[in-house]
Ligand binder design. Structure first.
Ligand SMILES: Nc1nc2c(ncn2[C@@H]2O[C@H](COP(=O)(O)OP(=O)(O)OP(=O)(O)O)[C@@H](O)[C@H]2O)c(=O)[nH]1
Ligand SMILES: [Zn+2]
Length: 188
């Protein structure tokens, strides 16, 4: 179910078009408010989603070694300017006592958290914390690399600049070798 108020977005977009000096009734723009409402419903669909819900698929597999899903593409919207930032997330964890989740669920959690007005740091930390809470693993490490359109197409205008954020929990906080292993696997 969508929590988005389509009519309100349509009304607001019409106002913005007027405010920039456009004619919202001209042919090319007449359906734009509707399209934008539909797009916002899609790109903000994760707002009321709890990423932990995705970790209900748990396999009792006796694997207490590193699991890394890397290069998970994501698109999000920066909460300051409501323009996209996008890149890849790498999610690593070390399961405890047979609590191994489905690999796709790590990507689903990234997707749920990215589809909100966001900060890159918050995506990184929320994904890590949701895995800790749901699976109680030995450790979690999340690395996110992204390009922010608010830094490329406007403002400081630095296309190509990449922001890298990390969140480490459990053994990754205390063991530099564990962190180094993940980083070398991400680079490999
Ligand atoms: N920490 C953090 N900052 C972000 C993120 N996305 C965008 N920003 C920054 O948010 C800041 C907002 O700064 P403000 O000074 O309030 O807004 P502004 O005048 O539009 O800033 P400029 O982008 O420098 O033109 C900018 O420095 C953006 O680069 C993010 O995910 N994390
Ligand atoms: Zn921004």
């Amino acid at each position: 179910m969508s929590h988005v108020n389509y009519e309100q977005i349509e009304y607001a977009v019409r106002l913005i078009l007027e405010a920039i000096g456009e004619d919202p009734n001209r042919e090319g723009l007449v359906d734009t408010p509707k399209r934008v409402a539909k797009m916002y419903a899609e790109v903000f669909a994760g707002l009321h989603e709890d990423p932990k819900e995705h970790f209900q698929t748990v396999f009792s597999e006796d694997h207490e070694e590193l699991v890394l899903v890397k290069d998970i593409p994501f698109y999000s919207m920066c909460e300051h300017h409501l323009v996209p930032f996008f890149g890849v997330a790498h999610v690593a964890y070390i399961p405890r006592e047979g609590k191994v989740t489905g690999l796709s669920k790590l990507a689903r959690a990234v997707e749920a958290v990215a589809r909100r007005p966001q900060l890159q740091e918050r995506i990184t930390a929320t994904v890590a914390d949701s895995i800790v809470e749901a699976l109680d693993p030995h450790g979690v490490m999340v690395v996110v690399e992204a390009e922010h359109m608010c830094m490329t197409m406007r403002g400081v205008k630095k296309p190509g600049a990449k922001t890298v954020t990390t969140a480490v929990r459990g053994v990754f906080e205390t063991d530099p070798n564990a962190r180094a292993e993940v980083l070398s696997l991400i680079k490999a």
